[in-house]
Write a protein that binds this ligand. Structure first.
Ligand code: FPP
Length: 289
């Protein structure tokens, strides 16, 4: 939700007013998400770095704004069947903010529409640190329970058992799917420590629009742009068919071209005779006509 400060600056207003306008955008976007039955919407509302690096007065304003936003909007969340959740080191937020957050979460827990997750005091690297700590704590507890050492457990298969899903299960987002689309407002072309693990294959949509000017229509525009994308997850994509494979330039031809044009003559000359015939297997992406 980037651009609150710039939105205010352009109008010669204080940054706080940009945040206040930004909070209004949150509700437009959430209610649009609910209208189109978007199952998950996660908003990066307050990062660990915001907490550490912004002036105390801004941080305390944001905390008050968050509290009053929750108090003022829980009824609308319920009217729109929106369930509230949070990710981040929320236990480090002021106690009265945590109390209001818990109240809002419990008051909307039975809703079955969009889950609105607010990332608060959130940082993706610290999320991974927390996951690793939790895995190590579990391992130590298990060793203690079984009366053996952590080394014994590692030797008995615990090391091999650790895989991507064991890490995913320990992230704050364990109960959520990975995001399909990341929307970044105010033209910033960086990730800023947001869901680093989870967005490995997410599509990214960058808009110059500042967050306070972003509303439900703009969410729909971003989703429409996403729907025109082709997702490949490291594969070749649906539009790449067996027919495409048949039309690939023969690997021998490509290898010969590479040898003639790309490898310095001195290297090809010193090649042993047995390797003169090029390897026929090659990456189809590289050899596609
Ligand atoms: C980034 O804009 C935004 C924030 C640090 C705070 C976002 C908070 C809200 C939108 C309101 C409170 C949240 C909820 C959920 C009610 P920026 O200040 O970095 O803007 P700039 O990049 O233009 O300076």
């Amino acid at each position: 939700m980037d651009g609150n400060g710039r939105w205010a600056g352009k109008r010669a207003l204080k940054r706080f007013l940009g945040h206040q306008k930004g909070a209004e955008s949150v509700q437009y976007v959430v209610e649009t998400a609910s209208r189109i039955n978007l199952p998950w919407l996660t908003l990066y509302a307050f990062s660990l770095e915001n907490n550490l690096r912004r002036p105390k007065s801004e941080v305390s304003f944001l905390m008050k704004l968050l509290k009053s936003y929750l108090v003022g909007n829980v009824k609308r969340m319920n009217d729109n069947n929106v369930r509230m959740a949070y990710i981040g080191r929320t236990h480090d937020l002021p106690q009265e903010v945590q109390d209001t957050m818990r109240w809002a979460m419990e008051s909307t827990a039975k809703n079955t529409g969009t889950t609105l997750t607010l990332a608060l005091n959130y940082g993706a690297r610290s999320e991974i640190v927390d996951a690793v700590r939790s895995i190590l704590t579990d391992l130590t507890t298990e060793a203690h329970t079984r009366g053996c050492s952590v080394d014994d457990l590692l030797g008995a298969g615990a090391l091999e058992a650790l895989d991507e899903s064991s890490i995913s299960r320990k992230l704050y987002t364990a109960q959520m799917p990975d995001p399909d689309l990341v929307i970044r407002t105010s033209g910033e072309q960086r990730i800023s420590n947001f869901l680093l693990w989870q967005i490995a294959y997410s599509e990214i949509f960058v808009t110059d629009r500042l967050w306070p000017d972003f509303n439900g229509l703009h969410l729909l525009e971003a989703i429409a742009a996403y729907q025109r994308r082709e997702r490949r997850f490291g594969g070749l994509g649906e539009s790449f068919t067996d027919e495409d494979l048949d039309n690939l330039q023969p690997a021998e031809e490509v290898a010969a071209e590479i040898k003639d044009h790309l490898i310095p003559k001195s290297e090809t000359r010193s090649e042993p005779k047995s390797e003169a015939k090029p390897e026929t297997k090659s990456d189809p992406v590289l050899t596609r006509r």
